[in-house]
Design a protein around this ligand. Structure first.
Ligand code: HEM
Length: 469
């Protein structure tokens, strides 16, 4: 995979954008065989991203062949900005990935395109105000505290699994009002989610696989899991409508969303579908960010010590609150640096519905685009020692002069993650709560492998729970 750069590299090095004619287009990564890079991309996407950066250090857009198709891969910050902001009207989420999310959650903010997407975004986007998120901060902390109370010195745990069940618990509470550890409905939700992830991994790993309505045992299992999440969401909506009263959670945020022009709320079925999208898009991504943060802290004891010093200075043993986040500067930078080095959403995928411009090239209509967040986050043009975990690179001093779009873990432009503030709040509060109480000894931290199937996360993070501060 990591073959040395061939003549494409020589052709691209030192080129000025004006040099490329519209006809020639961005350089193409050489590949043998009928399938092009399909196999390499599926087997080792991270290796593929590094290869592109090494081969075309001066390009922002290159081409990769997948069978008969030629996709455009974006490795530069400026080209990503141009596309996601300027080209937005000519881009849609492509069918290949979207079909799986649609099978899971139906039509919603995540899966809709064009007008169908636009009105949803106008309704739901503004509801994600700080005030709404503030109401959920206490829930995040109290769930993290409960998890922390359940651990004992010497316990052997898998931190990736623990972070997944922790963020699942926050999502279960914030979206469906259920307790995934304690009540029956919550446990059914957790099991169903597991089934949905298995189905997603199965579908995205294969170009040819049966759809969810197919008469196979695997598809039937997925249908049951999807049905369980749908019925739990519908029950939560019905109960909340019946209860009334004041609530501060993601479900209420959806119920309170209003069409800016007509003042109309979302219908019940729409709320259910959006809740499923939040559930699906939100919790595995946040748990991945936390898992990477623990791994990097294990690899860098000096940074772990500095974190504990910050927590002692700011919190002095008490639980963190939302208002503490502005003083928990290193905590936030650790989360940001984890998101840079290991972005849970490694790639943004799009299809052009009209021609767009990026990186000095014109990309015609009906082409596939991959915005390689992972590659942009490790592009040496923007980051010194790009493979090193260094939270200080996010201090104002060291951020000066760096293009803002060199860091885009939540995407960019009108389709940027609606839950980014919720996710940052959750990750920082959970990290602060747990790191105050526990330290972990991670087994062979340099050997931990990434799992690249759904979101980028550590495959396994076996650890022993050590004492507190
Ligand atoms: C660390 C955690 C998270 C990461 C890294 C992340 C990343 C992303 C990215 C990269 C996108 C853009 C996808 C694209 O343009 O194709 C996105 C979209 C989205 N995210 Fe997140 N996300 C996170 C947490 C959340 C949370 C907590 C929620 C909900 C509570 C959420 C809900 C959504 C939704 C609904 C969209 C679609 C927005 C649209 O298309 O208008 N995400 N996310």
């Amino acid at each position: 995979m990591h073959s040395s750069p061939g003549s494409d590299a020589a052709r691209s090095t030192g080129k000025d954008h004006r040099y490329h004619s519209v006809m020639s287009g961005p350089p193409v990564l050489k590949s043998g065989g009928l399938l092009g890079h399909t196999r390499a991309f599926a087997d080792d996407p991270l290796g593929m991203f590094s290869l592109l950066l090494e081969t075309f250090p001066n390009e922002e857009v290159v081409r990769i062949r997948f069978g008969p198709f030629m996709d455009y891969a974006v490795t530069g910050a400026e080209a990503a900005r141009q596309l996601m902001l300027g080209g937005h009207d000519h881009l849609v989420r492509p069918w290949f990935f979207n079909r799986v999310f649609k099978e899971m959650s139906g039509l919603n903010l995540f899966t809709a395109n064009g007008e169908e997407w636009s009105w949803r975004r106008k309704m739901i986007g503004p509801a994600f105000h700080s005030a709404e998120i503030a109401g959920m901060a206490d829930t995040m902390v109290s769930i993290a505290e409960r998890v922390a109370r359940n651990w004992h010195v010497g316990d052997r745990i898998d931190l990736t699994e623990e972070m997944t069940s922790l963020t699942l618990e926050v999502a279960g509470q914030a979206l469906f009002g259920v307790d995934v550890r304690a009540d029956d409905r919550g446990r059914r939700l957790a099991l169903a989610f597991e089934g949905m992830i298995q189905w997603t991994n199965y579908r995205v790993e294969r170009f040819f696989s049966e759809p969810v309505w197919a008469p196979t045992a695997r598809a039937a299992r997925a249908r049951r899991a999807i049905g369980v999440v749908g019925s739990i969401a519908a029950e939560a909506v019905a109960e909340r409508r019946a209860q009334g009263g004041e609530h501060h959670d993601l479900l209420q945020l959806l119920l309170d969303s209003r069409d800016a022009e007509t003042g109309e709320p979302l219908g019940d079925l729409e709320v259910v579908s959006e809740a499923k999208a939040f559930f699906f898009a939100g919790h595995e991504t946040t748990s991945s960010a936390l898992s990477w943060a623990w791994l990097e802290l294990a690899r860098h004891p000096d940074i772990a010590n500095a974190l504990r010093e910050e927590l002692t200075r700011v919190l002095d043993g008490r639980s963190p609150e939302l208002s503490d986040l502005e003083d928990l500067d290193l905590t936030r930078r650790i989360v940001e640096e984890s998101l840079r080095l290991h972005p849970p959403a490694m790639v943004l995928t799009r299809r052009t519905h009209g021609a767009v411009e990026a990186g000095g090239y014109r990309i015609p209509r009906n082409r596939g685009i991959l915005v390689l967040i992972y590659a942009i986050h490790r592009n040496p043009k923007y980051w010194d020692a790009p493979h090193t975990f260094d939270p200080d690179r996010f201090t104002p001093n060291r951020s000066r002069g760096r293009p803002a779009h060199a860091f885009l873990p939540f995407g960019e432009g009108p389709r940027m993650c609606v839950g980014s503030r919720f996710a940052m709040t959750e990750a920082c509060l959970i990290l602060a709560t747990l790191a105050q109480r526990w330290r972990f000894e991670v087994e062979e931290p340099t050997e931990v492998k990434p799992d690249t199937r759904f979101v980028l996360k550590p495959a396994r993070l076996s650890a022993t729970v050590l004492g507190g501060l």
